[in-house]
Structures are given as structure tokens and as C-alpha cells.
Design a protein around this ligand. Structure first.
Ligand code: VGL
Ligand code: ZN
Length: 198
């Protein structure tokens, strides 16, 4: 779409979903090519900070016996255990000093893919007058998808940062399916050039 320029301004916020070591190559639940998005996410961060707009980073923050782990009968290898290195934000990620960190899936008996589920994210956004969210991170087909579904349901306008997401792709085609679903819900797909071009 030529000429699609969206300038982040008042009422906008950036949400970086689960850009943590365990979701990157070498981690416990690596997203293939997850590293690719780090410099791009950093460019979005710099743009939002320049404009004094809120930057939020969600993190998967599980207790050691979380129900999503295979040992507990869940789907996933043990990952993002609270306080471990794997749960740290990615190396090279330029989170600002005043980043708002949202920890999720912190109860043993409850899975939470969405950054809104069981957190005060909605409250924090409303306090700051946020109406539109620019969302990227990991993984397209799980936590990004769920966060965007909840954001739309809560009435936020959503821009999907298409160049700043990567998928787990447990089944081939999951990424495409998730992208289609998010767009059909009304999430507007954008790339860096759409927010930086004059
Ligand atoms: C995620 C699987 C398990 C994600 C979190 O951040 O997308 N995926 N826990
Ligand atoms: Zn998890």
C-alpha cells in the first residue's frame, strides 16, 4: 500500500512481547530467526522514546512448576522461569530506563499467552491515555496473537509490526494463519518505513 504513513503520537504506545533469551536461538524454546527482529524493535523503541511515548515490554514469567511445562503435562519445555537467565530480556535489546515491564503467566496453574491476562496492562495504558497500540515481538502465533486479540476486544486500535515479529510455527503455516487472523480482526500491518517516512 503506497503512501501508508502512520506517525506515532499522543495516545500511542509500543508493546514489545516476550523478547526474552529463552525464545531466542540457544534458549529453551527458541523461535527460529528470533534474533532478526532485535535491531528493528530497537528502531521502534528509539522512535517512541524520541516522541516521549510509552514503551511496554511484556515477559513470560513462570514459576518453576508452571502448568505449561511438559513435566507438568503441558506443551512446552521448561522456559522463562522467574529470575533465571533464560527469562532475561534479549541481549542487545535497547529497553529505555522507564520501560513498563508486565510479567505474565506467573501462577503455576494458569497459562497466559496474552499480556493482558491476569495483569494490570489495560489499567496502565488507560492511566496514560493510550488508545492505539503498536505491537511486535515473540511469538507471532502465540503471545503476539493473544495479546492482539485481547487489545482489539478491549477497544484499542492495533498496529501489527509485521517486520518485528517471528513465529514458533509448531505446525507449518501457523505464522500465516496468525497474521491473517490478526488482520481480519482489524490489526493494521505496518513496517518501519510506514512510521518513519515523511
Ligand atoms: C510463548 C509459548 C509458551 C510466547 C510463551 O511468548 O509466545 N509461547 N510461552
Ligand atoms: Zn510460556
Amino acid at each position: 500500500m503506497a503512501g501508508k504513513v502512520v506517525k506515532p503520537g499522543k495516545g500511542d504506545a509500543l508493546i514489545i512481547v516476550d523478547l526474552q533469551k529463552d525464545f531466542l536461538p540457544g534458549g529453551a524454546l527458541p523461535v527460529p530467526h528470533g534474533m532478526r527482529i532485535i535491531p528493528i524493535v530497537n528502531s521502534y523503541i528509539h522512535l517512541f522514546k524520541e516522541r516521549k511515548l510509552p514503551v511496554i515490554a511484556t515477559r513470560d514469567w513462570h514459576p518453576p512448576d508452571h502448568c505449561s511445562f511438559k513435566e507438568q503435562g503441558g506443551l512446552w519445555p521448561t522456559h522463562c522461569v522467574q529470575g533465571t537467565q533464560g527469562a532475561d530480556f534479549a541481549e542487545g535489546l535497547d529497553l529505555p530506563e522507564d520501560v513498563i515491564v508486565i510479567s505474565k503467566a506467573t501462577n503455576s496453574d494458569e497459562e497466559a499467552y496474552s499480556g493482558f491476562q491476569g495483569t494490570d496492562l489495560d489499567e496502565k495504558l488507560k492511566e496514560r491515555g493510550v488508545k492505539r497500540l503498536f505491537i511486535g515481538g515473540l511469538a507471532t502465533d502465540y503471545c503476539v496473537l493473544s495479546t492482539i486479540k485481547d487489545a482489539v476486544a478491549l477497544g484499542y486500535k492495533v498496529c501489527l509490526l509485521k517486520d518485528a515479529v517471528e513465529a514458533v510455527n509448531v505446525n507449518p503455516g501457523d505464522a500465516e494463519k496468525a497474521l491473517e487472523e490478526m488482520e481480519s480482526l482489524g490489526a493494521v500491518p505496518l513496517s518501519l518505513k510506514d512510521v518513519t517516512e515523511d
